[in-house]
Design a protein. Structure first.
Length: 649
């Protein structure tokens, strides 16, 4: 079959362009260098005194000299070579074979530097020959002969490859190549069925799958599929798994790389890796390129102390230009994931680049139930395990945390040699995920009582206030960095909070400190976290959410949330010192009012608080059912209708 015009035949190497010198073949140069090394080796071996006749002891040589059997000698430092007048009939002891006419011997140090041997030779009329024969030992032979040949060969190879040092076969080829990992289609590829929940995210990505499977369905009407899709969401929500499932559904190759893998200490390496990645992707089209943690390379350019980072910004520029270089017919989709959408460069987010943003949020109740079912497929469960109840009580858990929940429950059951995982194992795992493992040290009686009253104060104020979530658990077992915890569990998904609920939450937060003051007439350092949390809520109410009559509906941002961007280095406060003082006074007022309300409520329900403290000191851990049994019915009726925002204080 004839080859197409303009393309060289595979069997015939292409000729170099006119005017370009023909490069010597690599194998030919290797053979030449090896031949030179062989010639030098033969010459050095043949000229070495170690191969100049028979080697004899010095004592034998001196004895033959006394017998006038030595005809001529030549000195080579510590080695002496020579010829016999007549080959001695008696060979030296230990010699195998016959003596030859030529001989060599090693002069002892005492003789080599002694001038008495020369008069003895002259007296015996021995001919002293001056022949320039090189003396090369094995170490010297390697150092002065073989090593230069090896170095020349290595330098020639490096210089030959350095014609394109950043190419795939160049001196830095392995260093410059993109470290992206390629995953081919297989039966074990992830699918959308393996991703529980995330219904809306999967719907958004289904169009990408359809485009990769049948691009003509869209292009025939002039439609343009987005070149890039940005997955945005908190850590552990399944962004990477969703990207892999998209490739698995489409049945195309999947290139995965982390944003930090582009960056190196050498300027230009990241840009070269980007070029190599996109070149490989185009050759493998249709395919998906997935860049995880893209904020590592895609942050706002020019930010930070000193104006930015040259290598990172060059890499980002190369990503932007490569995405612009996609032709309409190229079926290469770039997926990227980040949990810092707000720090990305605007050029990445504009139409034509990552112009479709898919929010991968924390799973809702149905999503959590689906995730639990996926992770418990291979876990034998006892009949008392209620996954629906676990889904209700794990609000705010990410997919990774739910996976850890199942794993911790299975580990506990395995440690206790159980045949199946029980509901109590899942309750224990919830404590591990939420609060950490119990600490080994024990609290003394005084500290234990203080912690019990502190946590009881939180629990009473959560139970006694309308709009607060039910108490899920109260514990005075030291876990992680805390001595105790009061855990609330919402009964429904929360997407927005009103002013009354926020104030009730501040009152509940100040309950532990108020209980300590009521019982022990002093404050403890254990309320530090409570004060910080209450202050943060109150400051946001005043300075961001417009929940102060004095300040009004005006937002006053007082600190940057992203100091690594360096924005605070050149921004200035847009409000006066008087406004700052008013904000501080409003925050203090809200917290002091909350503390006053906390004291009043704890005084009203002192008996219930005492009963709760006694139960905590006895069992240390109280679940929701036990708390409700101790405290009884909540002191306010259940709301029959939604709260009217106009009636809010």
């Amino acid at each position: 079959m004839s080859e197409p015009a303009g393309k060289p035949s595979p069997s015939t190497p292409p000729k170099p362009p006119t005017g370009e010198p023909r490069r010597m073949n690599f194998n030919s140069m290797t053979l030449i260098l090896l031949a030179v090394a062989a010639v030098i080796t033969v010459i050095a071996w043949s000229s070495s005194p170690a191969n100049y006749g028979t080697t004899v002891p010095y004592s034998y040589f001196y004895g033959q000299l006394q017998n006038n059997q030595v005809g001529s000698v030549t000195f080579h430092g510590e080695i002496l070579t020579g010829r016999w007048r007549a080959i001695p009939s008696t060979p030296p002891e230990g010699l195998t074979g016959k003596l030859s006419e030529q001989f060599n011997t090693v002069l002892p140090p005492e003789v080599a530097g002694n001038e008495n041997l020369l008069p003895e030779l002259l007296l015996r009329k021995v001919t002293i020959v001056s022949t320039p024969i090189s003396v090369v030992g094995m170490a010297d032979f390697f150092l002065w002969v073989l090593l230069p040949v090896v170095l020349i060969f290595v330098m020639w190879s490096v210089l030959r490859r350095s014609a394109d040092p950043f190419g795939a076969g160049g001196m830095m080829g392995g260093f410059i190549r993109s470290p992206a990992r390629r995953f081919e289609k297989s039966e074990k590829s992830a699918k959308f069925d393996d991703v529980a929940g995330l219904k809306s995210a999967k719907q958004d990505l289904q169009e990408v799958v359809e485009f990769l499977k049948n691009p003509r369905r869209f292009t025939r009407l002039g439609a343009k599929i987005p070149k890039g899709v940005l997955l945005v969401g908190p850590p552990g929500t399944g962004k990477t798994l969703l990207a892999r499932a998209t490739a698995g559904e489409a049945g195309v190759p999947f290139f995965s790389i982390n944003g930090s893998e582009f960056i190196q200490m050498f300027v230009g390496v990241g840009a070269t890796r980007v070029r190599d990645l996109f070149k490989t992707a185009r050759e493998s089209a249709p395919c998906i390129v997935f860049i995880d943690e893209i904020d590592a390379v895609g942050r706002v350019r020019g930010a930070g102390v000193g104006g930015g980072h040259d290598e990172r910004e060059q890499t980002l520029n190369q990503i932007l230009s490569e995405m612009d270089g996609f032709q309409q017919g190229e079926t290469v989709i770039v997926l990227a994931a980040t949990n810092r959408h707000d720090v990305l460069d605007p050029a990445l987010l504009r139409p034509g680049r990552f112009d479709r943003h898919v929010t991968v949020d924390l799973p809702a109740r149905d999503g959590r139930l689906g995730i639990l079912k996926v992770h418990t497929r291979r876990v034998p469960l006892e009949d008392n395990v209620d996954l629906d109840a676990l889904a209700r009580t794990t609000m705010g858990y990410s997919g990774a945390e739910l996976e850890k929940l199942v794993n911790e429950a299975a580990l506990k059951a395995a440690r206790e040699d159980k045949r199946k995982v029980e509901m109590s194992d899942f309750r224990y795992a919830q404590d591990i995920v939420t609060m950490g493992a119990p600490r080994d040290e024990k609290m003394d009686r005084r500290e234990k009582e203080l912690t019990a009253w502190h946590e009881a104060g939180h629990a009473i104020l959560a139970w006694a206030q309308e709009g607060m979530d039910p108490v899920h658990k109260v514990s005075i077992v030291p876990r992680g960095r805390t001595l105790g915890v009061t855990q609330l569990m919402p009964e429904s998904e929360i997407h927005n909070l009103g002013e009354r609920k926020l104030k009730a939450r501040i009152v509940m937060t100040m309950g532990g400190r108020a209980a300590e003051k009521m019982i022990f007439n002093e404050y403890s350092a254990g309320a530090q976290g409570d004060i910080e949390q209450a202050t943060q809520i109150a400051r946001r109410m005043v300075a961001r959410w417009g929940m102060s009559e004095i300040i009004g509906p005006v937002a006053f941002r007082q600190s940057e949330e992203h100091p690594f961007l360096g924005k605070e280095m050149h921004t200035y406060r847009e409000f006066s010192e008087e406004t700052t003082r008013m904000i501080d006074m409003e925050v203090q007022r809200i917290i002091k009012e909350a503390e006053h309300d906390a004291v009043q409520l704890l005084t009203r329900y002192h008996d219930q608080m005492t009963a709760l403290v006694n139960a905590l000191l006895e069992s240390e851990d109280l679940e929701r059912e036990q708390v409700e049994k101790i405290l009884g019915e909540r002191p306010f009726p259940a709301p029959s209708s939604p709260v009217n925002p106009e009636n809010a204080p």
